[in-house]
Design a protein around this ligand. Sequence first.
Ligand SMILES: O=P(O)(O)OC[C@H]1O[C@H](OP(=O)(O)OP(=O)(O)O)[C@H](O)[C@@H]1O
Ligand code: HPA
Length: 179
Amino acid sequence: MASQSVTLHDKSFGIYLPETEILNDIKVVADRINEDYASLNPLFVAVLNGSFMFASDLLKEVSMPCEISFMKVSSYENTTSTGQVTELVGLKENVAGRHLVILEDIVDTGNTVVKLLAMLKERNPASIEIATLLQKPECLKHELSVKYIGREIPNDFVVGYGLDYNGLGRNLRDIYKVL
Ligand SMILES: O=P(O)(O)OC[C@H]1O[C@H](OP(=O)(O)OP(=O)(O)O)[C@H](O)[C@@H]1O
Ligand code: HPA
């Protein structure tokens, strides 16, 4: 049973999406990916740190042969995007000719995925799509087509299920929003 509220650093958060709903959303995304990539041996590129839980639960529902690797970029301090995406931890795989699916916990301004798309496109993959657990459509600053979206949410800062507030909250099984 999820706690109704949590306090992290100086902020309180109330329950927003229980784990059961998160897992249902992930199953719907995974079913679509299973259909679209049945014979394509996709390479999932999970964006650290936040996407680790989403990547784990999504991959358990993916039924075709596939691979996964991880990249790390960072753009957030406190609860606001700096607009700068830095700290790339690279991908070792040769992605030329591969079908890539970027895995994100959340697309907010879109700064992170736009930068990642540019970095990855330079390496000539056969295709690139984005799968995100959450998207905040009101916050998007880029023309961006996100093919797989678990759920659209309003512009509230959320934590849990991999998402953090200054490092804390990633371990929560459920998603909470700032009160
Ligand atoms: O669409 P955007 O406005 O770029 O926001 C989304 C990104 O911000 C968060 O990552 P962050 O840079 O905070 O690193 P983290 O995953 O380590 O928390 C989140 O995990 C996304 O990667
Ligand atoms: O709402 C959010 N919560 C945690 N990390 C984030 N990164 C972008 N938006 C968010």
